[in-house]
Design a binder for this molecule. Sequence first.
Ligand SMILES: [Zn+2]
Length: 104
Amino acid sequence: MSNRWGIPKETEEIVKKRDLKCIYCGIEFTTSNDSRKSKPTWEHIINDIRLNDPENIALCCSSCNASKGSKRFEDWVESKYCLNKGISSETVAPIVKRYLERNK
Ligand SMILES: [Zn+2]
């Protein structure tokens, strides 16, 4: 069983339990319907929908997702958006740091 992004149910469960904040900017997600707060969106750290394991699937806020789009993290992190928000390879969640370690 997969959700509409093609993410397996078991991966979805693992990621939802793990990522309670945006993996990039660290904003806390809300589970209520309060639209003023941030809602989690599905993120493929490596922008390849075939990579559906919990090391590539994560949750980030909609503004980070919209800003990052299909860019590589290494390129996106140098964007104005990241500079303004103080996002760097030092401030991101452990899963992003592991990705950076693997891709050195
Ligand atoms: Zn964010």
